[in-house]
Write a protein that binds this ligand. Structure first.
Ligand code: PLP
Length: 407
């Protein structure tokens, strides 16, 4: 008899986006003449930068000619892209990352989800709350978390991100082995300082642990004091892997390209305490289960590192940050505090009210859809997430409607 992986039955059903969709459909059915504006989405709205489009077209033409056609490429990615990343994303910031420590993939979601597979089944996890749900759910599937009791898994050390700590969690008082950190954060938009990250690197070193650093939103950082990479912290090369993505940097959510950095100096241990390079394990896993990102997509991604590409991606992100600034100012005028929006595309509004109640208020009185914070974890209660991914017109109309509804 075929059996299921029973860990899947422990997954806390993620009702968040289906609940939102249900409430929105019910409202639209009852109020067909009132147009809805979605300010909750985590997907980009603007088209690909021209440099990417041009590179995509040119590379597609190469695939149509015998002399330039490409079949399977290197599973880890083409050298032209890995070299550009090493140079522009790392060497330019003083970080020592070699091209062959960069693994190109079709998404940071897959990388965040797949990486846990190379670690032991009984390791201890530290996971933020609120959180990008992939970190936790993939560990539930692997059987590392124990049962869900009152919305939290018994075997996980939760890193609470609250107004009291400025949404940057404190170092836990217990030892853990695998630590997930995400800055700029989804959903809170919070960023971490060098000193805060240095404390995490020291904690990981002390515990022979590994930090998984998700910096999918690093391109939104505008404060020059805020690190873009964990490798800007001394010693991080020994204890941290870093996830990056072209999704929010250059509008690749539908195009799909990302990368994972695995320094050769990061070690993990067997039961006898012998050290194994994580790079070799990940290389084995990646090349066994993945066959590389399409050549035209990698060419399109590499185009962002040209001078024109840098200008165009900066303009794209400046546009979203312009939306975020308008939202921040409006939130302040409504009398709420919020984090994010200055170095991140997300704004995390502390409404002080039940997050679904606030969601319903915005839907019913302003026809605006936000994301209730409770959907991202216990610490998300009392908050809603608003994203800057939208047209300027939609943002302005939505803010005017919310302002009127809250009066
Ligand atoms: N990491 C975080 C924190 C995200 O918010 C997202 C997407 O929303 C991802 C990773 C996934 O990025 P990708 O589109 O590269 O899979």
């Amino acid at each position: 008899m075929i059996r299921i992986n029973e860990n899947y039955t422990k997954l806390k059903a993620s009702y968040l986006f289906s609940d939102i969709a249900k409430r929105v459909s019910a409202y639209v059915a009852a109020n067909p003449s009132k147009p809805i504006i979605r300010l909750g989405i985590g997907d980009v709205t603007e088209p690909l930068p021209k440099v990417c489009l041009d590179a995509l077209h040119a590379a597609t033409d190469e695939m149509g000619a015998r002399a330039t056609f490409k079949g399977y490429g290197p599973e880890q990615g083409y050298a032209f892209l890995r070299d550009a990343i090493a140079q522009h994303d790392y060497a330019a910031r003083g970080c020592k990352i070699e091209s062959d420590e960069i693994f190109i993939s079709d998404g940071a979601k897959c990388d965040c989800g797949n990486i846990q597979e190379i670690f032991g089944a009984d390791i201890k996890l530290a996971i933020p709350d609120p959180v990008y749900p992939v970190y936790i759910d993939t560990n539930v599937m692997a059987g590392r978390t124990g049962a869900n009791v009152d919305g939290r898994y018994a075997g996980v050390t939760y890193l609470d991100s609250t107004p009291a700590n400025g949404y940057v969690p404190a170092i836990p008082s217990v030892a853990t082995d695998l630590i997930y950190l995400c800055f700029p954060n989804n959903p809170t938009g919070a960023v971490a300082t060098k000193a805060q990250l240095a404390a995490w690197v020291a904690y990981a070193k002390k515990n022979k642990a590994i930090i998984l650093f998700d910096s999918a939103y690093e391109a939104y950082i505008r404060d020059p004091q805020i690190p873009h990479s964990i490798y800007e912290i001394e010693g991080a090369r020994d204890v941290a892997l870093e996830f990056r993505s072209f999704s929010k940097t250059a509008g690749f959510t539908g195009t799909r390209c990302a990368y994972l950095v695995v320094p050769k100096t990061v070690m993990a241990y067997d039961a006898a305490g012998n050290a194994h390079p994580v790079h070799a394990l990940w290389n084995r896993r990646h090349s066994t289960k993945f066959n590389g990102v399409a050549y035209p997509i990698q060419k399109a991604a590499a185009a962002i590192y040209t001078d024109a590409g840098k200008q165009q991606t900066k303009a794209l992100i400046d546009f979203y940050l312009g939306n975020a600034k308008l939202i921040r100012e409006a939130v302040k005028s409504w009398g709420f505090t919020c984090t994010g929006g200055d170095n991140a595309p997300y704004l995390w509004i502390n409404t002080g009210r039940d997050s679904w109640e606030f969601f319903d208020l915005l839907l019913n009185k302003a026809q605006v859809v936000c994301t209730p914070g409770a959907g991202f974890g216990k610490c998300g209660e009392g908050h809603v997430r608003i994203s800057a991914f939208n047209s300027r017109e939609n943002v302005e109309t939505a803010l005017a409607r919310i302002g009127a509804a809250l009066k």
